[in-house]
Write a protein that binds this ligand. Structure first.
Ligand SMILES: *[C@@H]1O[C@H](CO)[C@@H](O)[C@H](O)[C@H]1NC(C)=O
Ligand SMILES: *[C@@H]1O[C@H](CO)[C@@H](O)[C@H](O)[C@H]1NC(C)=O
Ligand SMILES: *[C@@H]1O[C@H](CO)[C@@H](O)[C@H](O)[C@H]1NC(C)=O
Ligand SMILES: *[C@@H]1O[C@H](CO)[C@@H](O)[C@H](O)[C@H]1NC(C)=O
Ligand SMILES: *[C@@H]1O[C@H](CO)[C@@H](O)[C@H](O)[C@H]1NC(C)=O
Length: 948
């Protein structure tokens, strides 16, 4: 125990805390297993859902059709799959080695939308609205250019005047020879031209429609797919406009309005011949890009653009080379494709939301653990026994980081084993970097928020609401913004400043890459993909990294300012620039003058103590463990209450080896005093030195040689008594065999050694056992100054005696300040006593002195029959003329006899004599007890208070 004096180094403290945390973790196996089970279960759920989706997609109608071409009994030996065996629902997934050739079509407005002249659309050349009733409205095209006569010649060539009849053995080719169009919407594959599979007819444009102009065309794609489609004539109307802006204006006016009641005037196309002439062909074409089915994309409409270009080119050729000239635009067809089975990686899609929950799950765990230590005051308890902030932060941080890493590893490994694309397709190094940065950020956040909460339950509830809320909000709202390409990217970055959204975005990107990777057979995310314009991963990584550093610094700062153990000023880091306060004793301050008022009212013994302190401050001696100089604590007034003087000008000097007992009624300020001494609160004024170190500036130094047994036991429920002592022993720089010895000795001394008690968890201890453990903790490691707040409350008499012996032995080489309500304890343990009333010391001295000073009397009691009361009084007067009757009831009388006037032998003699003359049923002579002194002092002080 010889090395107990030097302060434990950073690494020793870190080691102590680490070992404690590991033990704590070992006890928490069940919780940990449950924690790890969560991602396992979610992954399993995802896999099951995926199986369900896969089995659904596996159904015949979602696969390219197949037939068995060779059978043997019931088994099929050879199967042929392909277009020819599929129906319309199945073809999309089939391999297409030879795509179908479709005649090129124009996009033509449906008859009821074709432009007519109305009030709101008063342009020249349009037909009357009556044509809408029999669906005979013409398909309008507008044209303009620099040379009107040139323009009219060309446009006149565009629309044929007759129909080239359909040759049934080459139906498609003969349709292409006409100007055909459809009002159906295009789709994202031209493999099947929707015009031939919709209920809408196919139109052919003609300058004039004749009666009886409806034909039908039939074709066969495969045995399963054959259609016949109606061909309907539509009149082509070409209107000249003087300028491009006129064309533009009409197209704009005709556009479908948001109000469904209003007329729509659709125009098929517009041509601007610009500066074209015989030598120059320079045309720009308006086409309507908005023909699309809800699921399709805008680009698709281009599939029907080429015909409109071909139309005008043909017209120009005819103008140049004569009417017979024609560039035959025979067909459009897609490129061949392999089979494209439908894949739907549901796990990747849901992954972002589920995995956000999985990872956020770690947050409440770190938070509650931190708040628990704060709520149970364990953090401050550790601090008071010498645990510095540095080791605390390092170990706690490292501890949560380790837990998080293990958790994430389990999660990723399990997810990969079970085959989720989310994990297997994306580069593991990106995943590692992303998860690593995020869990660091999350831990830093937990530290920051832990300083806000003081209650575990509140913290837990709010943290879980946060976890699930964040997931839902991110999944529904944030993702919506991310997917909306028109939403400003800047705002998304702003939203990602919220770590939950940043996490979600990162996971979302992983899921997108694995989803499309699975569907298209490409890779998931690689480092190179980080520069993709749509990939938000780079921003997320940067945001999270910067945030991590900021939050960490800020959390440390807040912890320093707020944590109850070391109330530093918000500008504590500027300390270095301020003048350093002297750490040694200084001359009594000017303040002394102000408090003279008190001094005059003080009792001589208290004044004497004050003078002793003043003397000590002038000539410091090492022998003094504690010197308090005029300590005051004033709690500011709140809510209209006046301010409360909790401690008024306390001066006290305590040498090494003394046990000082503080007595006093509840609320007298004992705890306020102790709180100041152990650094929980700062004195309002005055100074105090512990081992020569100022409590206002050098609390950290004081903690290394201090022990505290708080009024309420501050213990970890799941650690055993032995583990507590090992932990605090290590904090006090005990090592190796010295540590083991000290712990054993300590356990024995508080009677926790035998019967396996030492290895039971503290949560299972009885109140008395906890108390004894607290005392043992306060004494381990040979602290020079020990504070014990009511150490023996709740102990049985045997344990109490045991405890007293421990304290008696301990006080020999240290100073102990002890508060108690047990006078017996005070008398047994304390060398000096101070009675504290209303924030001030009323008297101070050793128990005998006090009894002498405030007692100074014996109490004589005698019980006789009523008749002899007078005799008893005479007897007492005979013993002492100044005797004072203090109590009298039916034959029993109590007197106070001044000690200096009587001899005890005389009393006995007098009683013996009296017994002969009358019957004495009982009698007694008692010295004043400490209790009498206490009651007297407390009452006196209160009486004085009410007078003043
Ligand atoms: C307009 O075009 C016609 C037909 O090509 C041509 O005869 C005439 O000269 C052109 N006018 C001008 C001003 O170029
Ligand atoms: C129809 O098309 C076939 C094949 O191209 C051709 O042989 C036949 O002469 C055509 N019939 C008519 C009436 O044009
Ligand atoms: C849009 O697509 C759906 C399903 O493919 C189809 O039923 C509907 O007819 C299409 N609408 C138009 C106007 O083509
Ligand atoms: C273009 O197509 C859209 C969608 O079919 C339609 O609402 C709009 O009126 C068309 N615009 C013109 C000028 O025809
Ligand atoms: C085609 O017309 C545009 C617009 O008037 C003009 O800028 C461009 O020079 C013309 N091209 C030729 C080859 O004349």
């Amino acid at each position: 125990m010889a090395n107990g004096n030097s302060a434990a180094s950073f690494w020793t403290q870190a080691n102590a805390l680490l070992r404690k945390n590991l033990t704590f973790q070992k006890r928490n196996v069940k919780t940990n297993v449950r924690l790890i089970m969560f991602p396992f279960l979610l992954c399993l759920l995802l896999v099951l859902l995926q199986r369900l989706v896969d089995s659904q997609l596996d159904k015949a109608e979602n696969k390219c059709g197949c037939v068995c071409v060779r059978t043997q009994g019931d088994t099929c030996l050879e199967e042929k799959c392909g277009l020819e065996y599929s129906d319309l629902d199945q073809v999309a997934t089939c391999p297409v080695p030879n795509p179908v050739e479709w005649p090129p079509l124009l996009q033509v407005p449906a008859p009821r939308y074709r432009a007519v002249r109305t009030e709101n659309f008063p342009f020249s050349g349009y037909p009357d609205a009556s044509c809408r009733t029999n669906a005979s409205c013409p398909v309008t095209m507008l044209f303009t250019g620099a040379n009107q006569s040139f323009g009219e010649i060309i446009s006149g060539n565009m629309i044929p005047s007759s129909f080239i009849p359909i040759n049934n053995s080459a139906a498609m080719a003969s349709l292409a020879a006409n100007v055909a169009g459809s009002s159906s919407m295009t789709e994202d594959t031209n493999f099947l031209e929707p015009a031939f599979f919709s209920d809408l007819p196919i139109y052919y444009l003609q300058s004039q429609c004749t009666q009886n102009s409806t034909f039908s065309i039939s074709f066969e794609l495969s045995a399963a797919i054959s259609r016949s489609q109606e061909l309907v004539c539509a009149e082509g109307l070409l209107l000249w406009r003087n300028s491009a802006s006129e064309v533009n204006n009409e197209l704009y006016k005709g556009y479908r309005k948001s109000n469904p009641e209003e007329q729509i005037e659709e125009i098929a196309a517009g041509y601007d011949f610009l500066n074209s002439n015989r030598r120059i062909f320079n045309v720009s074409i308006w086409y309507n890009s908005t023909y699309k089915n809800d699921t399709g994309s805008t680009q698709i409409a281009l599939a029907r653009i080429p015909r409109s270009v071909n139309l005008v080119s043909n017209a120009y050729l005819q103008f140049l080379l004569g009417p017979g000239t024609k560039m035959f635009f025979e067909f459009v067809k897609e490129m061949p494709k392999p089979s494209t089975p439908i894949k739907f990686d549901l796990a990747s899609l849901l992954g972002a939301l589920f995995f956000t929950w999985v990872i956020l799950q770690l947050f409440p765990i770190a938070l509650t653990s931190l708040v628990y230590e704060k709520q149970q005051k364990l953090r401050i308890m550790m601090k008071m026994h010498g645990l510095g902030d540095g080791p605390y932060w390092m170990i706690s941080y490292g501890y949560f980081l380790a837990i998080s890493i293990v958790y994430m590893l389990c999660f990723v490994i399990f997810g990969s084993l079970i085959g989720l694309n989310f994990f297997t397709m994306n580069d593991y190094s990106i995943q590692f970097v992303f998860y690593f940065i995020y869990i660091n950020l999350q831990i830093a956040l937990a530290f920051l928020l832990a300083s806000v909460f003081s209650n575990v339950k509140t913290a837990t509830v709010l943290a879980y609401i946060g976890v699930f809320g964040t997931g839902l909000l991110a999944g529904s709202l944030f993702q919506f913004f991310v997917q909306d390409t028109s939403f400003p990217r800047g705002w998304i970055v702003v939203m990602e400043l919220y770590p939950g959204f940043a996490l979600y975005r990162g996971l979302y990107e992983f899921s997108q890459y694995s989803f499309s990777g699975d569907a298209l057979g490409t890779n998931g995310m690689r480092w190179g993909d980080l520069s993709d314009s749509t990939n938000g991963m780079k921003e997320v990584l940067i945001i999270m990294f910067v945030e991590w550093l900021l939050v960490l610094v800020f959390a440390y700062y807040i912890d320093q300012v707020l944590s109850s153990g070391s109330r530093k000023s918000p500008l504590f880091f500027l300390k270095g620039f301020q003048k350093k306060p002297h750490s040694s004793f200084r001359k009594p301050s000017i303040q002394r003058q102000k408090s003279k008022v008190f001094v005059e009212m003080e009792k001589p013994d208290v004044t004497q103590e004050r003078e002793k302190v003043e003397q000590l401050l002038l000539e410091p001696t090492i022998n003094q463990a504690i010197v308090c100089d005029d300590l005051r604590k004033v709690y500011p007034g709140r809510d209209g209450n006046p301010e409360k003087l909790a401690v008024r000008g306390l001066s006290l000097a305590l040498p090494q080896g003394e046990c000082f007992g503080m007595l006093g009624p509840n609320g007298a300020g004992k705890t306020s005093f102790i709180n100041m001494m152990i650094g929980l609160t700062k004195p309002t004024s005055g100074r105090a030195f512990v081992q020569g170190l100022d409590i206002r500036t050098h609390m950290d130094g004081i903690y290394t040689s201090m022990g505290v047994c708080p009024q309420h036991d501050l213990l970890w429920e799941s650690l055993t008594g032995r583990e507590h002592l090992f932990f605090y022993g290590r904090l006090k720089n005990l090592k190796g065999s010295a540590l083991t010895e000290a712990v054993e000795e300590s356990l024995k001394s508080v009677n926790l050694f035998y019967g396996g008690v030492a290895d039971k968890q503290a949560g299972k201890y009885s109140g008395g056992m906890k108390r004894r453990l607290s005392v043992a903790i306060s004494l381990i490691g040979d602290p020079k100054v020990v504070y014990m707040d009511e150490p023996s409350t709740g102990l049985d008499p045997a344990s109490r005696n045991n405890l007293w012996n421990v304290v008696k032995r301990a006080k020999q080489d240290r100073a102990i300040i002890l508060t108690t309500h047990s006078m017996e304890e005070a008398e047994v343990l304390c060398d000096r006593l101070g009675i504290f009333v209303d924030g001030g010391l009323q008297c101070i001295g050793n128990p005998k002195e006090l009894k002498g000073r405030y007692g100074g009397t014996y109490v004589f009691t005698m019980t006789t029959s009523m008749d002899h009361e007078k005799d008893v009084e005479n007897l007492v007067r005979g013993l002492s003329p100044n005797a004072n009757k203090i109590y009298h009831i039916s034959g029993t009388q109590k007197f106070e006899l001044p000690k200096d006037e009587i001899k005890i032998a005389n009393v006995f003699q007098a009683v013996e004599t009296a017994k002969r003359s009358f019957t004495v049923s009982a009698w007694g002579l008692a010295d004043t007890t400490l209790e009498d002194v206490f009651v007297k002092v407390a009452r006196g002080a209160q009486a004085f208070d009410t007078l003043s």
